[in-house]
Design a protein around this ligand. Structure first.
Ligand SMILES: [Zn+2]
Length: 393
């Protein structure tokens, strides 16, 4: 008798404690059809989605972080190297992303970046266009149009495939002259990386000067860490170098962490919210070189940037952070190591990308929707639903 009473009371208490979405699900019983879903309703269960607890809160801001070439083995190498102080351990939700492109089992960063930031798979080497050449806007462009502040920070050239996929629309990633014109006209508030060379007329076939276009559009253009930090403008472009930065290990400035801090300072001033893309670009380069120390140094740099972003998001409470990769690079296998010393024995099986799934980590309102195995092109619709915004693409 006593036991039955206990069970009834426990059930009653549990009933009070159960979050609303579970109660709603219990009544609903079946998964809704695609037509019945209001995409602006972030609490609605989506087809195929487990009936887990959904955030009732909508994300005001979104930060998409791409570790280029960062597969599960790369992340685990970082977790070991950080001796359990890894920032990857701070994410409450994680899943996987299938990275194949529209025409290849193994994607490049052009098709991979485009799928992540636009929600559409395309052919390898394409940037911001479908396989038939139709331009498709990125989340930064769409959210800029809705009045949010927008920007990106990368450790490669601002014209490299991943950042380019947020603002450019070209059939090949090496069309740097066109890509730089598109960047000079994209209207994002903050753009930080390398790649100054293509913005000067003397280095271009068309003799145009996109650097002047940026100036005319009111950007403060800065050329060093110090100038970037001292800028008082809320429209900022920083070129840290003519083309590409060197690796972090021989002493590259802390551009990823400091660029992220500066971008957050500027973008978070917009009362409507902000959208941002950050790329740790050179994890990929280390893995292309099958150079474990290079890769590990870039991952350590990536960890510092993650700390800045997660500290911000924890304090803010309204920011969705999604970390993923466009693809894995190197076919990395960790065959041995020393947990105590934070050491990994790294072996690579290719000097190009591999086709394996890559991890997805999510934090903040709507983060729970990123668990499970998903397509790289599913990430962006999920971001829009988490923000309570209509999926436009
Ligand atoms: Zn690569």
């Amino acid at each position: 008798m006593k036991a039955t009473k206990k069970i009834v009371s426990a059930a009653l208490i549990l009933g009070f404690l159960l979050p609303l979405p579970i109660a709603a699900w219990a009544q609903q019983k079946s998964v809704p059809s695609a037509e019945s879903i209001d995409e602006t309703d972030t609490t609605a269960q989506q087809p195929g989605e487990p009936p887990a607890v959904r955030s009732l809160k909508k994300a005001k801001n979104v930060i998409i972080i791409i570790g280029d070439g960062m597969g599960t083995a790369q992340v685990y190498a970082s977790v070991v190297a950080q001796k359990n102080a890894s920032n990857f351990l701070r994410f409450p939700f994680s899943g996987f992303s299938r990275t194949y492109s529209n025409n290849k089992y193994t994607t490049d960063s052009g098709a991979g970046g485009t799928a992540i930031v636009t929600g559409h798979k395309t052919d390898n080497y394409h940037i911001g266009v479908l396989s038939d050449g139709t331009p498709i806007p990125s989340f930064l462009t769409l959210l800029r149009n809705q009045g949010l502040a927008t920007g990106f920070v990368v450790t490669s050239s601002v014209l490299d495939a991943t950042p380019a996929s947020t603002y450019a629309h070209v059939p090949h990633r090496k069309m740097y002259d066109t890509i730089s014109l598109h960047m000079s006209q994209c209207g994002f508030d903050v753009m930080i990386g390398g790649g100054l060379s293509n913005f000067r007329p003397e280095n271009r076939k068309d003799g145009l000067a996109p650097l002047d276009t940026l100036r005319q559009r009111g950007y403060d253009i800065t050329y060093s860490l110090e100038e970037m930090k001292n800028s008082k403008s809320n429209k900022l472009v920083t070129f840290f170098c003519e083309n590409y930065y060197g690796p972090v290990a021989p002493g590259r400035d802390p551009v990823l962490t400091e660029g992220t801090k500066k971008a957050l300072d500027i973008l978070s001033q917009n009362p409507k919210g902000f959208a941002m893309m950050i790329e740790g670009s050179q994890i990929d380069w280390g893995c292309h070189n099958n150079d474990a120390p290079y890769m590990e140094a870039e991952l350590a740099d990536f960890e510092k940037m993650l700390k800045v972003v997660l500290d911000f998001a924890e304090k803010d409470g309204n920011t969705l952070v999604v970390v993923t990769a466009d693809h894995e690079t190197g076919g990395l296998v960790l065959t041995d190591g020393d947990i105590e010393k934070g050491k990994n024995t790294c072996k690579y099986v290719t000097d190009w990308h591999s086709g394996v799934m890559v991890p997805v980590f999510a934090f903040g309102p709507g983060a729970e929707t990123f668990s499970g195995i998903q397509q790289n092109s599913d990430l962006m619709p999920k971001v829009f639903r988490a923000m309570g915004r209509k999926v436009e693409n």
